[in-house]
Design a protein around this ligand. Structure first.
Ligand SMILES: Nc1ncnc2c1ncn2[C@@H]1O[C@H](COP(=O)(O)OP(=O)(O)OP(=O)(O)O)[C@@H](O)[C@H]1O
Length: 273
């Protein structure tokens, strides 16, 4: 039995114009410890699927099962990292992580909790910056705090919704390595589901990539297996022929869609002329 399983899921929203089906007929099985990315055009339901795993939206058909139990709401077994960092501005870097650890790790003593915070802050090279407030650190540093916090509270599943979306290429590349470092530190036992628009990021990090069709009523178009060797580093991995093959395949899947839509647009224009 799979660790995380999405079965025949439809998610519809009630809108002023009636029922709007965002995603339909979603079937996905994820093994424990895998890193999965979901990619697709804007509005194809990537965040909706993530939110269903997070227990923040509910399937209108089908179900999401984690570790044998149907997901009925949010829980400490799942940690979420958003693009906008979601740090509390009135707390320091240290306090932002400590508050979360304090609330989540109920069985640990205060001293053990401080050890956890220190360990993860050091892992993401932010120990020196622990007394700063979010407004005093860069976007990349904030994202590192958010990721360290997510790992520190030790959820079994990490849900990353475009976690590196707003960052420049260099910061992004170093955060990819930080993420894999943290994942290795936990003996690759954490299951990670990530939404991204960045094909290269998806290939570099993932074991499998879910490519969505466009919405409404979006479905899974294809699931690509990424059998690149681990541990991965940017320099070697991006030069592997398999890396390029998967990247090209994903590009053609996503760009083909844009090309088709564009040709429809021009046909409509011709008709109108
Ligand atoms: N609460 C809601 N009520 C109504 N419609 C919604 C709601 N949440 C999402 N939708 C719609 O569902 C569709 C999928 O949205 P979702 O945010 O999951 O897409 P996405 O693939 O993550 O998009 P993006 O890449 O732009 O972030 C969109 O058409 C969106 O407008």
């Amino acid at each position: 039995m799979s660790y995380l399983k999405i079965e025949n899921m439809e998610i519809a929203f009630h809108t002023l114009k009636g029922k709007f089906v965002a995603v339909n007929d979603i079937n996905l099985e994820v093994e424990k410890g895998q890193i999965i990315s979901i990619i697709g055009h804007s509005g194809c339901g990537k965040s909706t699927i993530m939110n269903a795993i997070g227990g923040m939206v509910f399937p209108t058909k089908g179900k999401v099962v984690l570790n044998g139990k149907e997901i009925k709401g949010p829980g400490p077994d799942r940690g979420i990292v958003f693009q906008n960092y979601s740090l509390l501005p009135w707390l320091t870097v240290y306090q932002n992580i400590f508050e979360a650890v304090d609330a989540a790790l109920k069985n640990k003593s205060k001293a053990e909790k401080h050890e956890v915070v220190e360990k993860y802050l050091k892992m993401v090279n932010l120990w020196e910056h622990r007394e700063k407030y979010p407004k005093q650190i860069s976007g990349g540093m904030k994202q590192r705090v958010a990721i360290a916090r997510a790992f520190a509270i030790d959820p079994e599943v990490l849900l990353l919704d475009e976690p590196f979306g707003a960052l420049d290429a260099l910061t992004k590349a170093s955060l990819h390595i930080e993420l894999l470092k943290l994942w290795n530190l936990t003996h690759r036992s954490k299951t990670i589901v990530m939404v991204t628009h960045d094909i290269e990021e998806a290939v570099f990090l993932s074991d499998r990539i879910v490519v969505m069709n466009n919405g409404p009523a979006a479905t899974i178009r294809e699931i690509e297996e990424v059998n690149l060797p681990r541990p991965r580093n940017k320099k070697d991995t991006v030069n592997l022929p398999e890396y390029r093959t998967i990247r090209e395949r994903l590009l053609s899947l996503l760009v083909e869609k844009v090309a088709l839509e564009e040709s429809e647009f021009y046909k409509e224009e011709e008709k109108a002329a």
